[in-house]
Design a binder for this molecule. Structure first.
Ligand code: AP5
Length: 212
């Protein structure tokens, strides 16, 4: 089954995608990760995306849709999780067309529900590995050695867009452009709301009970 993990910044989309990937042999398609990778390699896509990502603004729809189209093209039948896409109603409409042309479908759209005060704590405390992308949190999931990734020994840093002023811009972009996508999927009857609070493993159990 193919899934969309939907939720505001910090809701736990990346964390839950990692569980799904390791336990269900699914492919994670995170548009945020793809942009960060392109930015670190300084590709044309990365240079185009950088000004938007660093400022907490949405990358233009046509850029994101083209990137997702290329990834879907190379899937070879593997089930996938869309993490951070679609994020606008035009992206949701474009996704429907991209899936239709490949005879693919989405089984469930999981809305991760987390209160805003908790989102702020998660985002300001998040740290990521610059080498393998592992995600940590200074309080709920600290590294064993400060600044060093447990998984690969890489450097662990704060994302540029996890500074408080940029977080505000991201949350505003969510309210204005992304929240309406919920109604789009409520109408299709594929969506389920999942409580995204509590231990990450408990959130994963709730997701699993929704997807079987
Ligand atoms: P992206 O990387 O997708 O950012 P986001 O949607 O803001 O999501 P986050 O990665 O911040 O949060 P998450 O929900 O994955 O939470 P996580 O699991 O890490 O996008 C970045 C930028 O790229 C955008 O701002 C935009 O510029 C651009 N972009 C991307 N997609 C786009 C699109 N489709 N259109 C246009 N532009 C696009 O968890 C957060 C923290 O909380 C971690 O520290 C984690 O350890 C902790 N945590 C997780 N779960 C729990 C739990 N249950 N309890 C306690 N702590 C927890």
């Amino acid at each position: 089954m193919n899934l969309i993990l939907f939720g505001p910044p910090g809701a736990g989309k990346g964390t839950q995608s990692a569980f799904l990937v390791s336990r269900n042999n699914m492919r994670q398609i995170s548009t945020g990760d793809l942009f960060r990778e392109a930015m670190s390699k300084q590709t044309a896509l990365g240079k185009r995306a950088k000004e938007f990502v660093d400022a907490g603004k949405l990358v233009p729809d046509e850029v994101v849709i083209g990137m997702v189209d290329e990834v879907l093209e190379k899937l070879n039948g593997q089930s996938f999780i869309l993490d951070g896409f679609p994020r606008t109603v035009p992206q949701a409409e474009a996704l429907a067309a991209l899936l239709q042309k490949r005879n693919l479908s989405i089984g469930r759209v999981i809305f991760l529900e987390v209160p805003r005060s908790e989102l702020l704590k998660r985002l300001t405390g998040r740290r990521i590995c610059t080498k393998c992308g592992s995600v940590y949190h200074v309080e709920s999931k600290p590294t064993k050695t400060a600044g060093i990734c447990d998984a690969c020994g890489g450097e662990v840093v704060q994302r540029k867009d996890d500074k408080e002023d940029v977080i505000q811009t991201r949350l505003e972009a969510y309210d204005k452009s992304t929240a309406p996508v919920k109604d789009f999927y409520k109408k299709t009857g594929q969506s389920v709301e999942v409580d995204g609070t509590g231990e990450a493993e408990d959130v994963f159990s709730r997701i699993r009970s929704q997807i079987g």
